[in-house]
Design a protein around this ligand. Structure first.
Ligand code: SF4
Length: 477
């Protein structure tokens, strides 16, 4: 889960859709829902309302509270049948205003709005093929390629459903998407099921969302997860679905349970908060240590720290106070500035730490700088010993499916052994959860799981070509 700290992996996006069979204020409701997904992306946000088949949008770079203001929403028409919402984090090192979603495109049958989470592994091939046929793109967003492919496939097909089905045959990689046609709302999950997507109900209306916490936020009722390879359709005639070929190697991202998702979500049958507790218990079983207190790096280390405390009998203590009002660090910020930002974000309760042997739990280590800062803060506050435990294995391979990890060569665990890394961050001991342990945290998950960035084993096609846009109009972060 997003925790305002630098040096963390990030998901690419969160998606939301609503089919209004009641009389909800669609714009306000969609904004409320997007607050519940803000942890999945803080770089741009948007919503589109479909009324009488026509789309009306508000979107821009920024977070929900800055972009979807009362003044901005007041320009949208009242009522409306369908809404599509999106929060975005990009893995690119620049921002594109044109890539803010939902993307609205006019095609042969009217308008479609699309909100996408994930990363296509054949993006370069599809995009280049479309460009060679004369297609014009406004952004480097994968959503634009998905929308364009649906629009192209709609020509010669009987209906939108057939176009979506054909598009799922064309796309490779990770995508959970919410799409509107003029009359219907669609939820689409790729055959591997990399990204979560679920279905809920609010009175007589329907919700599609990246995470179940949004359904709770709205006061709705969780119906079920959308299956890998499934398309759910909601229209005047009710709800229906069909399955495209589900890959036998389904691959839900395990890092959703460690960090990306909100702890109050349930994904494919596993409660995220319980998964993190389990990670803490397993961490102690695999790597026990004698200490006086155990604490977590807020927010995603807290549940695992409680699990570690329960398993070890070591007292759980709140040690870090987080300032929630400071935004995310931009990429490329130097170490000195990062340290300053970290001090502003996290302050240590010296009276809790002073003279103690401390176990500190964090969810991952990417570059190692943040871990070194955290150890330093604890030692400056008087900790006698600092034992760091990480509730995921070492990141040693890239992610091709929409989680922002640095190049392999920049991952610290590719450069240093655990002992060398311990020395670099200044901890008295350091250990990671094993890959076997990582799978155990998601015990009961209804589908198979991806651990590619930890194991180097991927059960999906990897990109053959990387797309480079030489003409992009880049707004530097
Ligand atoms: S490679 Fe890692 S981050 Fe990417 S989907 Fe798989 S588990 Fe998640």
């Amino acid at each position: 889960m997003y925790n305002n700290l630098p040096d963390k992996p990030h998901d690419e996006c969160g998606v939301f859709g609503f089919y209004n069979n009641d009389n909800f204020d669609l714009a306000a409701l969609t904004r409320d829902a997007l607050y519940g997904l803000q942890h999945r992306g803080q770089e741009s946000v948007g919503l589109t309302i479909i009324k009488d088949g026509e789309p009306y949008s508000v979107k821009d770079l920024g977070i929900v509270s800055n972009v979807l203001t009362d003044a901005a929403l007041s320009k949208l028409p009242e009522g409306g049948k369908i809404s599509v919402g999106h929060v975005r984090y990009t893995t690119l090192d620049y921002l594109e205003r044109a890539a803010t979603q939902p993307l609205v495109m006019r095609y042969i049958e009217g308008s479609l709005a699309i909100a996408h989470n994930g990363s296509l592994t054949n993006f370069a091939e599809i995009r280049t093929g479309l460009e060679k046929g004369g297609a014009i793109f406004q952004s480097n967003s994968h959503a634009e390629v998905i929308g364009y492919t649906i629009a192209t496939n709609r020509v010669g097909k009987e209906n939108f459903e057939q176009a979506v089905q054909k598009t799922m045959d064309d796309l490779k990689g990770a995508y959970s998407a919410v799409i509107s046609s003029p009359e219907k709302l669609y939820g689409v999950r790729d055959p591997h099921g990399f990204k979560p997507l679920c279905l809920g109900k609010l009175k007589n209306s329907y919700i599609i969302a990246s995470e179940s916490c949004v359904i709770d936020t709205l006061g709705g009722e969780f119906i079920r997860d959308i299956d890998p390879g499934e398309v759910v359709m909601i229209g005047e005639d009710g709800i229906s679905s069909f399955h495209c070929a589900t890959d036998k190697f389904t691959s839900l991202c395990l890092f959703e349970y460690v960090y990306l998702a909100r702890p109050d979500s349930v994904i494919d049958g596993v409660n995220v908060n319980e998964a993190r507790h389990r990670a803490g218990r397993l961490l102690f079983e695999e790597n026990p240590v004698d200490a006086d207190i155990v604490c977590g790096v807020p927010d995603s280390g807290l549940d695992a720290a409680q699990g570690f405390a329960e398993a070890s009998g070591i007292t759980y203590a709140t040690t870090f106070i987080k300032n929630k009002y400071i935004g995310r660090t931009s990429k490329g910020v130097g170490n000195e500035k990062k340290e300053k930002l970290l001090r502003m974000r996290l302050n240590v309760l010296k009276n809790v730490v002073d003279g103690k042997r401390v176990v500190i739990i964090d969810d991952s280590i990417i570059h190692g700088n943040t871990s070194a800062h955290i150890v330093k803060l604890l030692k400056e506050a008087g900790a006698k010993e600092v034992h760091m435990r990480i509730s995921s294995p070492e990141f040693v391979y890239p992610c091709f499916f929409g989680v922002d990890l640095p190049d392999e060569k920049d991952l610290i665990s590719n450069k240093l052994s655990v002992e060398e890394l311990r020395e670099k961050i200044g901890a008295d001991s350091l250990s990671f959860l094993s890959i076997e342990g990582l799978h155990k945290i998601a015990e009961g998950c209804k589908i198979k799981l991806c651990d590619g960035c930890f194991s180097g084993i991927y059960y999906a096609d990897l990109p053959k070509i990387i797309f480079e846009d030489r003409f992009a109009n880049k707004i530097k972060k």
